[in-house]
Write a protein that binds this ligand. Sequence first.
Ligand code: ADP
Length: 406
Amino acid sequence: MNKETLSKLVMMLLFSYIGLALFDINEYLIIFVLICYFGYDFLHGKEEIERRNRIENKELLNEIKSSTSDAYLKHKQLLTMISNMPFPLLLLDMNGKVVLYNTSFNRFRDSHDERELDYINNDCKYEIAEFLKDAYIFEKQIDKTITVDDKTYQAISVPVTTKGKFSGCVVLFQDITIAKERESMQKQFIADASHELKTPISVIKGMVEILNRDDFDDEKTEIEFLHQIEKETNRLEVIVRDLLQLSRLSKDNLILKRESLDFTQIIDYSLNSFTRLAKKKGLSFNVDYQTHESVFVDKELSITLMNNLISNAIKYSDSGTIHITTKEIHDEYVVTIKDEGVGLSQEDCDKIFERFYRVDKARSRESGGSGLGLPIVKSIIEAHGGNIHVESTLGEGTTFIIHFKY
Ligand code: ADP
């Protein structure tokens, strides 16, 4: 009995007492009135409760409906997010059943039938299947590098726990092929650079040791050695200068000091610095500037680029003319440097832009080359958004063609 009914009962008893005591009303009449009143109140109260319950139920239903649709939306969003993740991902439950995997994971599967998958039967490539097995059996975080179809992946398994108990694991794979390639290229570069630096240092060290001997007394050899030491020191300087230049160009945040320039002025500037050397070798220059349009380039780097190409044309030619042209082709500014020198085989044409690659090591060394001239050229052009390629015939000559975008 609630408070409201109790207070009504007390009030009715009070009125009945007053009716009986003061007005001498028939007790049967009072009982009859009381029964009618409480009967009506009971029925009416029941209806009211039912009405309230109906409202409450409706509100509850609406709340359930809205939280169900909310949960459904969240579930869909989560699935969309997982399936669009750019790396393969899979979820195993506490029984080792595959409960979820995304589209990227399909690349690891041999077949795509719809049967239930688990940590043993999953139709995956061998390395992946083995990793899934370990991930489920060991119930601990595993981080491993694996190779699948010539690609390297960082495989990571993270156990999922509910109330401290293992309830499955999330397994994901990150493609680290490019990073690995970069790492091995860097290692190779360090090994090559060390080797390049070691050679002149060993020569200098050996000669200094001989010159320092107490019994050494040969003036002719001494002059020869000092000349050789000077040459090797210059070589070291060139290698270190080019290494620094290349490392600056390889930075992701390289900032070019671009300005609008008539590129023919850069070519002329570079040709001027090589006129004496070319003459000494009996070579001549021929320029054909079909355009004097301005290009938006870094002046200092453009001079380095032209210096490297012109000095190579001189280094690898014993006779003939070096032709330089500028022209406009399909909205591009094109520069060609053509020599009539030793030329290159097709195989070498594909490799000469690699660091420290030299066709004729002795000739490169003799002319003070670092083996980094063309990689520097390529980096400078690519930093400007342009490209370079080479055409050559062995014994006839080589042409380097540069394309700059306006
Ligand atoms: P290097 O310091 O040896 O000249 P580069 O990177 O400038 O290094 O050039 C790499 C190699 O490409 C050279 O060693 C040479 O064999 C070849 N090469 C470059 N330019 C020419 C050219 N104009 N003609 C023939 N071979 C060339």
